[in-house]
Write a protein that binds this ligand. Structure first.
Ligand code: ZN
Length: 443
């Protein structure tokens, strides 16, 4: 008997968590936060601690596993995480301890979790680093393997559970990047081999299942960035904001800037955290990137230095979603000693994550930049999520007996079901929609 229970990530993107019950032994995959709700929660309460557990659940910030824990908590054998994005791991320090089982992920993901634990002063978790391509015995009847995949953060993986019913693959989040700028290509060979073993079930990312075509490679953004930085070279300072966890992107910006004789500075606490995690796990070498400047006073001093040296610097910074209190917000609102003008450039190497708060914040930020006549470039970005044709490739590659789309709302899940129809998948026969709180049993 295999039972899949959806805790989060099936009714909307965020708060990913799934319980996979294999003949009475349960694996929890991902344990994330609803980022939008987390931001709201943080606005009301600055200093979150483990004592906020109940409030975090009641406010929908993290998955509600209370009833599940009472009934099935003892059956949980492992918590396995796919990658280090906070909508997949943020809840680990809050929820994982009580299960008394290992928390397993790739080295970079484990490092990010360690940092979260430090923030929330949680110590006693049993963290297990598992490299992609190696096997881990969870019990006599379940073996775990992480398969290398590309996304928008280093060390991303698909979870493969070897069971007597066949292989179960949990694929959140992924894209097929055949020319990644950091790390390896997806492990197609291994996926083909797993298919030969027989895939019982595929649970797969639906973020871009409504988007036609293929998702472009990170190499494409590298070319876009090179082009735009070149076009901005007569600007005094080029500010580039991107996702702090997107180490490949940050590394590319540094390489391009140096090639064009610009020095680089990186600002922001979250940049510092992810870059240190990348260095300590060997994702990048020490010295590849400049030291990150974190403290306000040091940032101010650095900006004064930069202002006196026009044409010499690229600044990589936080704030691309227009977040209040992030670097770009503080810069445009005059909280630093650097006055932006029509001689500066601001490049958003990101896409605005479509929530009302982000859209309002980003709108205000862009208006402020416009009123200062700053040269702005937006959406210099490609997604980390598979598009329609990529999904078709994965389904063709694996041909799972059953398919459950995840990581979306009902429209995105339905689009994933729809595109699988040409391979013989029919709703409620061998493909299924489950929403948060629902479960499905395969006898
Ligand atoms: Zn992700």
């Amino acid at each position: 008997m295999i039972k899949v229970k959806a805790f989060g990530g099936y009714s909307k993107i965020g708060k990913s968590m799934t319980a996979i019950d294999i003949d009475g032994e349960i694996i929890l995959t991902d344990m994330g936060a609803d980022i939008e709700k987390l931001v709201n929660f943080e606005e009301d309460k600055n200093d979150i601690t483990v004592n906020d557990l109940t409030a975090l659940i009641d406010n929908g910030v993290i998955p509600d596993d209370r009833n599940f824990f009472l009934e099935d908590g003892k059956k949980v054998k492992a918590i396995v995480l796919t990658h280090g994005h906070l909508d997949h791991i943020w809840a680990v320090p809050f929820l994982s301890q009580k299960y008394k089982c290992p928390v397993i992920a790739t080295p970079f993901t484990i490092k990010v979790i360690e940092n979260l634990m430090k923030n929330f002063k949680v110590r006693s978790l049993k963290l297990v680093q598992l490299n992609t391509g190696t096997m881990y015995k969870i019990s006599d009847s379940i073996k775990l393997e992480l398969v290398n995949i590309t996304h928008s953060i280093p060390n991303s993986s698909m979870i493969a559970l070897h069971t007597k019913q066949g292989v179960i693959i949990y694929a959140n989040d992924w894209k097929f990047d055949n020319t990644p700028t950091l790390g390896k290509k997806p492990d197609y060979e291994r996926l083909e081999e797993l298919r030969k073993e027989g895939i019982f079930l595929l649970i797969s990312d639906s973020t871009n299942a409504e988007v036609d075509g293929y998702t472009f490679s990170e190499s494409v953004v590298k070319i876009m960035l090179e082009d735009i930085i070149k076009k901005s070279l007569d600007n005094k300072t080029i500010f580039i904001s991107t996702f702090s966890s997107h180490i490949a992107r940050i590394k590319n910006i540094v390489e391009i800037s140096r090639k064009m004789n610009r020095n680089v500075m990186i600002f922001g606490r979250s940049m510092d955290m992810y870059i240190k995690a990348a260095i300590s796990t060997g994702v990048i070498n020490r010295g590849t990137l400049p030291e990150v400047t974190v403290r306000r006073e040091q940032i101010n001093n650095a900006l004064k230095y930069v202002a006196e040296r026009p044409g010499k610097y690229v600044i990589i910074c936080t704030g691309h979603q227009g977040e209040k209190g992030a670097f770009l917000d503080k810069l445009v609102t005059g909280q630093y000693q650097y006055r932006l003008s029509n001689e500066d450039a601001v490049i958003f190497s990101s896409r605005t994550i479509p929530t009302p708060v982000n859209e309002a914040n980003k709108g205000m930020l862009k208006n402020a930049l416009e009123s200062l006549n700053v040269n702005v470039a937006d959406n210099v970005h490609v997604s980390g999520h598979a598009s329609k044709n990529d999904h078709k490739l994965l389904i063709k590659m694996l041909m799972p007996k059953h398919l459950i789309p995840s990581h979306g709302g009902i429209e995105k899940l339905s689009a994933n079901i729809e595109l699988a129809r040409e391979f013989g998948y029919e709703l409620n026969k061998n493909s299924y929609i489950i929403l948060d709180g629902q479960e499905i049993t395969f006898q």
